[in-house]
Design a protein around this ligand. Structure first.
Ligand SMILES: Cc1cc2nc3c(=O)[nH]c(=O)nc-3n(C[C@H](O)[C@H](O)[C@H](O)COP(=O)(O)O)c2cc1C
Length: 209
């Protein structure tokens, strides 16, 4: 089992979303001793913003790419390869100013590539990063899950599904800025939910073996 953990908190592994993702991954790995883990920390190792030059590199014909354009494509290809190798993707997802961290958007802008991670067909777009399970640990100061105020969940679901990753579990740690008690409660609930899902993952693997 290949696990790719993507942390997008500005606090790297000090973020609540990263901590919950860590605990989930530790449980998953304890139950799957042969598993391999790759951690991508978008705060420590940020993906550049997409600009016209970088997007131009994606569009340039392979034989016409300049060395600089080739370097941009190689960088993006490596991010895509890392995703392709993963059976399980674990995403630490903070809510910042009603949206996703800008580092994660920059990452999405480098892995959402026509002809590489999705393609247009006569029947509409098809995602190419299939066969993966995604677990999203969403940390929020307030409470939004299940309400129209949660614009983050549909966006994340839409993007991941568009590139082929439609099997997604969202685990919410909410109310983290309300009070210390609320924070502890929110984290404990998300941790327990993560452990339950890790155990279900193990049971499914055992059943399939
Ligand atoms: C810059 C910034 C913006 C934030 N904006 C929101 C927000 O719009 N809504 C909310 O509920 N919480 C907001 N929060 C609180 C975070 O969602 C909360 O601290 C959460 O733990 C962040 O995840 P992290 O600890 O993994 O970084 C914000 C926090 C920061 C630092």
């Amino acid at each position: 089992m290949n696990i790719l953990q993507i942390n997008s908190s500005i606090f790297s592994n000090g973020g609540q979303s990263s901590g919950l993702a860590d605990e989930f991954v530790a449980r998953l790995r304890a139950q799957n001793p042969g598993s391999r883990l790759t951690v991508r920390d978008l705060a420590a190792d940020p993906v550049p913003h997409l600009d016209a030059a970088r997007f131009g590199a994606f569009l340039a014909k392979p034989e016409e790419r300049t060395p600089a354009q080739q370097a941009v494509v190689n960088y993006s290809d490596a991010l895509v390869e890392e995703l392709k190798r993963a059976d399980i993707v674990v995403l630490g997802l903070p809510l910042y100013n009603f949206g996703l961290p800008s580092t994660l958007k920059a990452y999405f802008d480098h892995v959402g590539r026509a002809g590489v991670t999705f393609k247009y067909t006569e029947k509409g777009p098809i995602g190419l990063l299939t066969g993966k399970k995604v677990y999203v640990f969403a940390a929020r100061g307030g409470f939004y899950a299940g309400t129209p105020g949660d614009t983050q969940t549909p966006y994340i679901r839409a993007f991941l599904s568009f590139v082929g990753m439609s099997d997604i579990e969202f685990i919410y740690a909410e109310g983290l800025s309300v009070s210390e008690a609320s924070k502890q409660q929110g984290i404990a609930k998300a941790r327990a939910e993560g452990y339950r899902l890790a155990d279900a993952e193990r049971d499914a693997a055992l059943a399939a073996a």
